[in-house]
Design a protein around this ligand. Structure first.
Ligand code: ZN
Length: 139
């Protein structure tokens, strides 16, 4: 599996991630990312609530077999209420899909989001024009 070179996230999808993170603060939020990959660009297209997510001692786990059935799932996003957007060891051990996105408190602007590949290297993020999405995919 090769790492993405850049991730494009529409501004309204990032806003929805931030809104969910704020709603759950000081707990962590956790969502699955659906997207499309072409020529080194992963474009996030949707957010999906993870029905098997369990909040346990500040970290989040879910059933990895969810990824076996839906190839449009490109990764996960969760919040760090501490504001530190570096991945923890647990985050990297529970890496699923191609990318790990972390959003940090206070969940505003482009400084509060970071994306990592499966070995923990940072991937560039570009916030792009908003897209129309189905409401039920969002908080
Ligand atoms: Zn984490």
């Amino acid at each position: 599996m090769t790492a993405a070179t850049i991730v494009h996230i529409p501004s309204n999808i990032l806003d929805a991630v931030y809104a969910g993170a704020k709603e759950l603060y000081p707990r962590e939020s956790f969502l699955l990312l659906r997207g499309k990959k072409s020529r080194g660009v992963i474009r996030i297209t949707d957010l999906i609530l993870a029905p098997f997510a369990v909040h346990r001692e500040g970290e989040v786990h879910f059933n990895p077999y969810m990824f076996s059935g839906d190839y449009s799932l490109v990764g996960t996003v969760h919040s760090h209420p501490s504001g530190n957007i570096s991945p923890s060891h647990v985050d990297l051990n529970y890496f699923f899909g191609r990318i790990l996105m972390i959003v940090g408190y206070p969940y505003e602007g482009k400084e509060c989001v970071a994306v990592y590949d499966s070995i923990g290297d940072r991937v560039s993020v570009e916030i792009t024009a908003p897209v129309e999405c189905k409401d039920e995919d969002f908080y």
